[in-house]
Design a binder for this molecule. Structure first.
Ligand code: FE2
Length: 199
């Protein structure tokens, strides 16, 4: 296989005022494209050419740092674009809401933990909600790492690299995370991934 960059699933201005056209142009067209280009170069002769993206991420972890960083970020960003939508946030589909309440006590408690994970990730990385052994957990990872390499399936992730928020929020990462949770999350996509992961 080779990595390809699909177009955004919405217009560049569709997430305003929470994420600007300029941020999406740089983040999707420049940053994500660079992970795809570099990932394809590093995939050549890696021995993992015939594998799926998920397998490449898991099998390069701890063994081929260059390939892992780029393949991991390709996986993370592919999902990240779909983890957002115009007029996002709002009501959470029933099954996911129930799982969140079972695991965290309440939706508000989940939001607090997720935001806190993103705020406390030192430097670049991601905040996650994933399914592991049938249960939901919040975590954070550095750089391009993700829960796949820890035996979990991510169902929601927020990019906390500065390239994701600096144009719109400058250094105010907590405000960006709050806007992501309250106004951008595409819960239908989270529910779709949860249904597959919880099987
Ligand atoms: Fe990013």
């Amino acid at each position: 296989m080779s990595f390809t960059l699909p177009p955004l699933p919405y217009a560049y201005e569709a997430l305003q005022p929470y994420m600007s056209k300029e941020t999406l142009e740089y983040h999707h067209d420049k940053h994500h494209q660079a992970y795809v280009t570099n990932g394809n170069n590093l995939l050549k002769d890696s021995g993992l050419e015939g594998k799926s993206l998920e397998e490449i991420v898991k099998e390069s972890y701890g063994k081929n740092a260059g390939l892992f960083n780029n393949a991991g970020q390709h996986y993370n960003h592919l999902h990240f674009w779909s983890w957002m939508k115009p007029n996002g946030g709002g009501a959470i589909p029933g099954e996911v809401e129930k799982a969140i309440v079972d695991s965290f006590g309440s939706v508000d408690k989940f939001k607090e933990e997720f935001i806190q994970a993103g705020v406390t990730q030192f430097g670049s990385g991601w905040a996650w909600l994933s399914v592991k052994d049938g249960k939901l957990a919040v975590s954070k990872t550095p750089n391009g790492e993700n829960p796949l390499v820890h035996g979990a399936t991510p169902i929601l992730g927020c990019d906390v690299w500065e390239h994701s928020y600096y144009i719109d929020y400058r250094n105010r990462r907590p405000d960006y995370l709050k806007a992501f949770v309250e106004n951008l999350v595409n819960w239908d996509y989270v529910a779709e991934l949860y249904a597959k992961a919880a099987k």
